[in-house]
Structures are given as structure tokens and as C-alpha cells.
Design a protein around this ligand. Structure first.
Ligand SMILES: Cc1ncc(COP(=O)(O)O)c(C=O)c1O
Length: 432
């Protein structure tokens, strides 16, 4: 299978055609934020930390503001505001379903974030399920599974497919393959269509962690034949605390309710009758209505803009950033599959002579640039890329031993931000 057919990049057949009705790329809040730097000066903030949390899109903020006056309880209120808010909440479900190209009978469960979504699914796996997962995953997709087979980082994309094939073939009983669509460390796109094909050939299901894909590329669950996808609103320009798990109903309908309480039950007497519709079953308690409305507004805004324009601008900026960093002696970009492999707007790198924390602090304190440093909650993968050993016990995700700096872009990123980062790193290197 060629690169073009297995990667869900803007150049694949799954990518959306340019829409005749595309709108201009929307603005983000905080584009004019000024931050203090050394010496007390104020400079415009260069936010290059989108992969951690993206800023709020203006249409998202507008949708939340518009929903607030009628904000009320959902599902059980008879009042008009309650009905209106319920309708908005349920409409958000339809919007999210359409955004990821889900099948009509797929469940859309609102969660807090991707971590919540993967944990929810982990609690619904049929008894005896074995999960196959690569060591390249974010901890949210690496850790929730009771019985997991962990695969080493594959040397090339075809090796990922071969390793998954071999691992799945050796497993009896229910099986689930878990894989990221776009790495939060390198931005590299994974061959999710080919992996879905292999999973299904072995009677397994596939969960795709789309946290870093959906802010950058169109995802079509149906076209890619994925069983589940998980993602977070706060990485999708909707920082109001909602995420989603989308996918096949049956495991979710039979799994233990994620939270036990009001809304998840049909009736309570001597015994409890739980809902077998996955949405109420796993959304007990008062849901994050505004989070869901915000998430849907982000989906609508990205769809209305059209992926062609978004991807074109992102690819221009990320190419500029990567070639600028590559031109600096002592800067090394982390990559699993090489310079030419398709990727989203994420670049992780090290700077010889500096710890990642020193670089990140200097970028913030002297240049007004926000980046992330650490192991990005992907300890095994970052260790693999840096060639460091487990050695001393790891601290949290920001642990500085064997760490890297990550710059990430999205809507609202500018050429000036990118150039400022390149020049700042050049400056730091020249002072060494
Ligand atoms: C690929 C990937 N998966 C999962 C997560 C976890 O997302 P959240 O913290 O929103 O649960 C992240 C967050 O960085 C991520 O990048």
C-alpha cells in the first residue's frame, strides 16, 4: 500500500475537497496578548504550544456566549430553557458525529478529554480482551488497559503494520488495537487505515487516539473503517472541558456504566436497571453542556473554513519552522520515520548544551514564546527517540531528565512567531 493511501494526510483520498463555500480562517482569542519578558518589556505572546492546549476560536466563544442566557439543566427539565439547552446539547452530539464522519448508529459520548475517553472504553471491553498498543503512545492511550501487549516503536510505517499483524494473530479472544493518528511528540501521521484493515482481518477492533489529528486534518471514521476515536476539545480550540469518544455501540451498551448515578438509570428499586443506550449509560450526572456546545462550535468552524486552507497554511509554517531549526548547529529534531514523513504542526527538538527546561524558560522569559518541554506524557517514546534509558525513576510529564522542547502550531500561528522561535534558538546557541 502506498504512502498516499495509508496516511490520513491532506493529500489522501479521505481529505475533504476544497469547498466552494469555504469561509476565511477564523480568529482565536488572545491573538493580541502581551506578556512580560526580561527587563520588564511587554511583547506579543508567541503561542507555540497548541499541542498541549489550543487557544479558543472566536466562533466557539460566540457560541458559548449565545447559549449562556438560556443555560439550564438538560434532559429532565420541563421548562423552555431546559428544553432549548437539551436541544443544543443533543445537536452538539450530531455535529461531533458528522465532524468525524461516524456511522449513523455510532455512539457519541461526551467525556472530559481524551484520557477520560480511553479510560471509558477500557472499562467497557469484553471480559478477557487483550489490547495491543505501541510504546509510542501518549500515556492516555498506553496505560488504561488491563491486559496489554506493548509493541516496540516500529522503524518504519510498514513495520508498524507488520508488528500489529503478528501480535494480533497470536491473541485468542477479544482484541483491541490502540494507535495514535498523529504523534504528540513528532507530529508524524500513523498508517491508521492500514492498521484498521489488519485489525479487522484478525477480528480485532481499533481505537484511534485522534487528539492531535482532529485539530489539523479531517478524519473520516467511516472511510477509514475505524471502530472508535477519542479526542479532546481543549486541543480543538474549544477549551471548555469536553472531549468525545465516538464509535460502535455494542461494547459501550454492555460495559459497566462509567459513572453511577442519576441519568444512567432507567429505574431504581431493590435492583437497578441501567440504560443500555451508551450515551445516558456513560454520562451520569449533570453533563458539561457548555463544553459540548463549544466542541460542536469548533467542529462547525473548522468544517466551514475547509481543510484545504487550514492545511496549506499549517504546512507552510511548519516547513519554515523545521528548516529554520535544521539550519542551526546543535539542534536536533526528533523523528521516528524521517524528515519526509507526513506530519501535523508539531516539532520536538533538543539543543546541544542546554536542557529542554533551560531552552523553554529562556524562550518564555526572554522572547515571549510559549513552548512545552519534557517527555510530553509519552515517556517510553521520548526515551526511545533520545536513546536514553529508564535509569532514574521518572517524575511527572515535565520531568527534565532526557527531555525535549516541543513547538506546535495551529490556527492563529503566524510567520513572525515561527521566525521569532528560530532566531531565539539561534541566539541561545550562539551564546553557548
Ligand atoms: C496524542 C494524545 N493523546 C491523548 C492526550 C491526552 O489528552 P487529554 O489531556 O486532553 O486527556 C494527549 C494530550 O496531550 C495527546 O497529545
Amino acid at each position: 500500500m502506498s504512502t498516499l493511501t495509508i496516511f490520513n494526510s491532506a493529500r489522501t483520498p479521505e481529505a475533504a475537497p476544497a469547498s466552494a463555500t469555504s469561509r476565511p480562517i477564523p480568529a482565536v482569542l488572545g491573538a493580541d496578548l502581551e506578556v512580560p519578558v526580561k527587563g520588564g518589556r511587554l511583547v506579543g505572546y508567541a503561542n507555540l504550544d497548541y499541542a498541549a492546549s489550543a487557544p479558543c476560536l472566536e466562533p466557539v466563544s460566540a457560541a458559548v456566549t449565545a447559549a449562556l442566557p438560556a443555560y439550564s439543566s438538560v434532559h429532565r427539565g420541563a421548562g423552555y430553557a431546559s428544553q432549548l439547552t437539551t436541544a443544543r446539547y443533543e445537536q452538539a452530539r450530531h455535529t461531533v458525529r458528522a465532524f468525524v464522519g461516524a456511522r449513523p448508529d455510532d455512539s457519541v459520548i461526551f467525556t472530559r478529554n481524551t484520557t477520560d475517553a480511553t479510560n471509558l472504553l477500557a472499562g467497557c471491553l469484553p471480559e478477557g480482551t487483550t489490547t495491543v498498543v505501541f510504546d509510542t503512545e501518549h500515556h492516555a492511550s498506553l496505560l488504561p488497559w488491563r491486559h496489554a501487549v506493548r509493541l516496540a516503536p516500529p522503524a518504519f510505517p510498514g513495520e508498524a503494520v507488520r508488528a500489529a499483524d503478528e501480535a494480533l494473530a497470536a491473541i485468542e479472544g477479544p482484541k483491541l488495537l490502540v494507535v495514535t493518528a498523529a504523534s504528540n511528540v513528532t507530529g508524524e501521521l500513523w498508517p491508521i487505515a492500514a492498521l484498521a484493515h489488519i485489525a479487522h482481518r484478525h477480528g480485532a477492533r481499533i481505537l484511534v487516539d485522534a487528539a492531535q489529528l482532529v485539530p489539523h486534518r479531517r478524519l473520516n471514521l467511516t472511510a477509514l473503517d475505524l471502530d472508535y476515536v477519542a479526542f479532546s476539545g481543549h486541543k480543538l480550540y474549544a477549551p471548555f472541558g469536553a472531549g468525545a469518544l465516538v464509535g460502535r455501540r455494542d461494547w459501550l451498551a454492555e460495559g459497566e456504566p462509567y459513572l453511577k448515578g442519576g441519568g444512567a438509570v432507567r429505574s431504581v428499586g431493590e435492583s437497578v436497571e441501567w440504560h443500555d443506550d451508551p450515551e445516558p449509560r456513560h454520562e451520569a450526572g449533570t453533563p458539561n453542556v457548555l463544553g459540548a456546545i463549544a466542541l460542536a462550535a469548533a467542529c462547525d468552524a473548522l468544517t466551514a473554513t475547509g481543510w484545504t486552507a487550514l492545511v496549506r497554511e499549517e504546512e507552510r509554517l511548519i516547513a519554515r519552522l523545521r528548516s529554520g531549526l535544521a539550519s542551526i548547529e546543535g539542534v536536533r529534531e526528533l523523528s521516528l520515520w524521517g524528515d519526509d514523513h507526513p506530519r501535523v504542526g508539531i516539532v520536538s527538538f533538543t539543543v546541544a548544551g542546554y536542557t529542554a527546561r533551560e531552552v523553554a524558560e529562556a524562550l518564555s522569559g526572554e522572547y515571549g514564546i510559549g513552548v512545552r518541554d519534557g517527555k510530553f506524557c509519552a515517556h517510553p517514546f521520548v526515551r526511545h527517540l533520545l536513546g536514553t534509558s529508564e535509569g532514574a525513576p521518572d517524575g511527572d510529564c515535565a520531568d527534565d531528565t532526557g527531555s525535549a522542547v516541543r513547538a506546535s502550531i495551529g490556527i492563529g500561528s503566524t510567520q513572525e512567531h515561527v521566525d521569532r522561535l528560530i532566531e531565539a534558538v539561534r541566539d541561545l546557541v550562539s551564546r553557548r
